[in-house]
Write a protein that binds this ligand. Structure first.
Ligand SMILES: Cc1ncc(COP(=O)(O)O)c(C=O)c1O
Length: 412
């Protein structure tokens, strides 16, 4: 018998999240837009508040007590984030989020290393954050983009991976988990094949990091990007993990204070990694808040977090999949966290608005994945996405409300 970790009890989790006690339009809030951003526990809110009340000073420069406290808390958060994904803290760069982390690589590595004839391999299902920075990079460098297609079963089709990967491939960049489909991509297999042709690998972990344990050493990826606000932390902070030797060889992304070791009127020398990539005053409070979110998730156990979200996602697929007229998207074998669906004859925006009327927050639109929507032949989907504080009752409410929306709008 396989031993599964025990799912978390939402009754014990929910009191930590003050926003979940809200009423919306006279109904209890059912917050099901966690792929966009998550709610924050008191443990994070209090740490951020406490920082501003008792430790507020700039980091790395102030020679007084508050400055020491701020620097220790900021660098402590870097260590926590590093431990969370199995990395050395010197290979962790704080950014504004996943978008900035990927842009950092596209500028600091891509503009230096990509040349005409080189290829960057992406997939058809990427978030725009892992698509547009590469479109800009190949435009500037003369390199070319290629894409792993989506298969008929809505998982990545790796049939032609040998043709897509060659000695011309310099980088493979893909989502660890899709925000629009919930698919967990077969990254181990793709990384192994990328290695055989000498390509680097960047994983967009915006959706994976909040859902399951991440170990960048075991994954053997070169870069890993994530966003704090999607994993119970504050907005405005995320991180880029990069292999140390690559980070050493890359030029800075932005110039300014903090990222230098010395400056003359005409030139500058760079600070050590990772500070070489953290120009200007960083998002100190947010980074410390991210450290608190990491503490919170670690105390719960990421195996249990995964089990909880997998259970909720499977239940939602069962409830919504049983409704007449509903199409579910994504690869049923790996899909978790986010569940995209459409009700025949009801526009996703109308669906989301109807659901909002009964206190249920979901996302409707292209989910920053327009090429994927085109591939699916739809302009948009409705997406419910889950976190540890969601309940089966909320999913039951979603099922009832989706049926009512159809009855209201289609008269069925
Ligand atoms: C898979 C994926 N990548 C990247 C991003 C961008 O994250 P951020 O807006 O926090 O930079 C998102 C956000 O929705 C995402 O889901």
């Amino acid at each position: 018998m396989i031993d599964h970790p025990v799912a978390l009890d939402p009754a014990r989790i929910r009191p930590d999240f003050p926003a979940l006690a809200m009423q919306v339009h006279g109904h209890p809030l059912a917050y099901l837009d966690n792929a966009a951003t998550t709610q924050k526990p008191n443990q994070v809110l209090e740490v951020v508040d406490d920082y501003y009340r008792h430790s507020n000073a700039n980091v790395h420069r102030a020679i007084y007590e508050l400055g020491t406290r701020a620097t220790e808390a900021y660098e402590g958060a870097r260590q926590k984030a590093a431990d969370f994904i199995g990395a050395d803290s010197r290979s962790i760069i704080f950014t504004r989020g996943t978008t900035e982390a990927i842009n950092l690589v596209a500028y600091a590595w891509g503009r230096k290393e990509l040349h005409p004839g080189d290829e960057v391999l992406l997939t058809e299902i990427e978030h725009h954050s892992n698509l547009v920075p590469w479109q800009l990079a190949v435009k500037d460098t003369g390199a070319t983009l290629r894409h792993i297609p989506l298969g008929a079963d809505q998982s990545l089709d790796l049939t032609n991976l040998d043709d897509l990967l060659s000695s011309r491939t310099r980088l493979v960049a893909l989502g660890h988990q899709s925000n629009a489909l919930g698919n967990v991509n077969p990254v181990a297999q793709i990384i192994r094949r990328a290695r055989e042709v000498g390509a680097l690998v960047l994983l967009d972990g915006a959706q994976a990091a909040p859902h399951f344990p991440i170990d960048v050493s075991a994954l053997d990826c070169d870069f890993y990007a994530l966003s704090g606000h999607k994993m119970l932390g504050p907005t405005g902070v995320g991180l880029l993990y990069g292999r140390r030797d690559l980070l050493e060889s890359m030029d800075p992304f932005m110039g300014g204070g903090e990222m230098i070791s010395s400056v003359t009127l005409d030139s500058a020398e760079w600070n050590e990694v990772p500070w070489k990539f953290e120009a200007g005053t960083p998002n100190i409070a947010q980074a410390i808040g991210l450290g608190a979110a990491v503490d919170y998730l670690t105390a719960l156990g990421m195996d249990r977090v995964r089990q909880t979200i997998d259970d909720l996602s499977a239940y939602a697929a069962e409830v919504l999949g049983a409704l007449p007229g509903v199409t579910l998207y994504g690869d049923a074998a790996t899909r978790s966290g986010a569940l995209s669906f459409n009700m025949e004859g009801v526009h996703p925006h109308d669906m989301a608005q109807f659901l909002d009327g009964v206190g249920i927050a979901v996302r409707a639109g292209h989910h920053c994945a327009q090429p994927l929507m085109e591939r699916l032949g739809v302009s948009a989907t409705t997406r419910a996405s889950f976190q540890i504080y969601n309940t089966r009752e909320e999913i039951d409410r979603l099922g009832v409300a989706v049926r009512e929306a159809a009855a209201f709008m289609l008269g069925v």
